[in-house]
Each structure stands twice: as structure tokens, then as C-alpha cells.
Design a protein around this ligand. Structure first.
Ligand SMILES: [Zn+2]
Length: 255
């Protein structure tokens, strides 16, 4: 009996989340007003070097993302500034990290915890809440070689980004932040399990002759294709575009 009740409550919560997110998705991609994107920094490893790097961050540190998204939106006929990015500062504790495994239930459970954490944080905060909130967890490059994956919750309008706390990674961190931001709006990944961008939707210039090497990456394809088997990470958003498939997913269509 009690088990059934718990099951019913969980189902109700999930139903609420699904309905809420469908509404979010419509609202967030109407492009009638600029979306407020708010970025928060978290010290992911508690190290002093990481703290120092976070102390150097300002709103200016993230303006490249705003400029990139707004320029791309204009290319697709959006007449307003699509987004407004502000840095809302350093948080003392960060969101729950996504699970490493592929378990569906584990991921659903984590995404509910992450939503609950973000809602609770916003309630207890004086700073203006954004339409979209991105939490960037930084790690010292001298002790962290590879980062856990980053996740932008589709329809949840929140994302967690794992990033390196070093100037030399600023450009690639911005690419990851922009990628996860697009996920929150409902854009899908456009690369295969081997990380190669998928042709044509994951390519910046799928009609290019010759096709290889491509000069830029498509934001959701993630990498610059050099051949059918090889690709490389873009160094910065200067080497990235939003392709037509991604633009269609987030409703960037001229009237
Ligand atoms: Zn992705």
C-alpha cells in the first residue's frame, strides 16, 4: 500500500515536471524578449588555485557568449538581442553532480535533485533569478586531467558545466557553456558515440567543397571535422557556428 502511494507521488511529480517544462520550452523559445542568462561559479575541487581563478571572474568574462549567441540569432532573422548574460557570482556550494553511469533511473533521480537544488537556491537568494541559470564548476588544471561531463537540462532551463580554472581554457569553456545553454532550450546533440559530428546536421558547412577539412564546428556537433574519422575541439567561439538544424530546434526562424 505504502509502496503504491510512493509510486503515485513520484508519478505526480514527474507529470508536473513534464507539463512545466513543456510550458517553459514554449516560453523560452518565443524570442519576444531577451532571455536572461545568469551564470554562477562554483569551486569544484576546493583548491586555492581554483578560488583565485574564480576571484578573477567578472561579467565581462562571459560576454563573449552573449555576443556569439546574439550574432548567430541575427543571422537567422531574430530582430532582438536573443540573450542577456550576467555573472551572478561565486556560490559556496554547488549543485549535485550528474551520475557517471548510463542508468536511466539514476539520471532521472539526479535531474529531479538538480531541479530541487536550483529552486531552493533561488528562493534563498537576493540576486535576480535568470530565465536560465548555468552553474559552472571549476577545477584546477594541475590536479584534474579530465572533467566529468556537463549537462544542460532540456526544458529545465538550468545547466551544470564542468570547466578548467585556467585562462588558457577560457575559450573552450565558453564553447561548452554555449553548448549546454542550447540544450536548455531544447537543442539536441549532433555527434555520434565516437564523438564525430554527424553529417549534415553536426557540420558548420555540410555543403562545402571539398568537404574536409571543415573550418568551424557546429555548436551541437561539438567538434571541427577534419576527415570522416578525425575532428578537433574548437579553441573558442570564433571557430563555432549555430547550424540550420540547431537553429530550427530552438525556433530561430525568420517570420
Ligand atoms: Zn550536448
Amino acid at each position: 500500500m505504502r509502496k503504491n502511494l510512493r509510486y503515485l507521488i513520484l508519478l505526480l511529480i514527474l507529470l508536473f515536471v513534464v507539463v512545466n517544462e513543456t510550458l517553459n520550452k514554449t516560453r523560452s523559445t518565443s524570442w519576444e524578449n531577451p532571455l536572461w542568462v545568469r551564470i554562477y561559479a562554483v569551486n569544484g575541487d576546493g583548491r586555492e588555485a581554483t578560488e583565485k581563478y574564480i576571484d578573477s571572474l567578472k561579467t565581462d568574462s562571459f560576454k563573449t557568449i552573449e555576443k556569439f549567441v546574439n550574432l548567430e540569432a541575427r543571422r537567422y532573422g531574430i530582430k532582438i538581442d536573443a540573450i542577456d548574460v550576467e555573472y551572478n557570482g561565486h556560490l559556496q556550494s554547488g549543485p549535485p553532480q550528474p551520475p557517471n553511469g548510463q542508468s536511466l533511473l539514476g539520471n532521472i533521480w539526479w535531474s529531479l535533485k538538480f531541479r530541487a537544488w536550483a529552486t531552493h537556491r533561488a528562493w534563498n537568494s537576493d540576486s535576480d533569478a535568470g530565465d536560465i541559470e548555468l552553474f559552472v564548476s571549476y577545477y584546477d588544471i594541475t590536479t584534474t586531467q579530465s572533467l566529468r561531463h556537463s549537462v544542460g537540462l532540456q526544458g529545465g532551463l538550468i545547466g551544470i558545466i564542468n570547466a578548467f580554472a585556467d585562462k588558457s581554457y577560457r575559450g573552450s569553456n565558453e564553447v561548452v557553456i554555449a553548448h549546454e545553454f542550447m540544450h536548455t532550450l531544447g537543442a539536441s546533440d549532433k555527434y555520434a558515440p565516437d564523438n564525430q559530428p554527424i553529417l549534415p546536421q553536426g557540420y558548420a558547412e555540410p555543403g562545402r567543397i571539398p568537404l574536409f577539412p571543415q573550418q568551424k564546428a557546429e555548436l551541437m556537433g561539438g567538434r571541427i571535422p577534419l576527415s570522416m574519422q578525425d575532428s578537433r575541439m574548437p579553441d573558442s567561439l570564433n571557430q563555432v557556428v549555430v547550424g540550420t538544424y540547431t537553429a530550427a530546434e530552438i525556433n530561430w526562424t525568420a517570420e
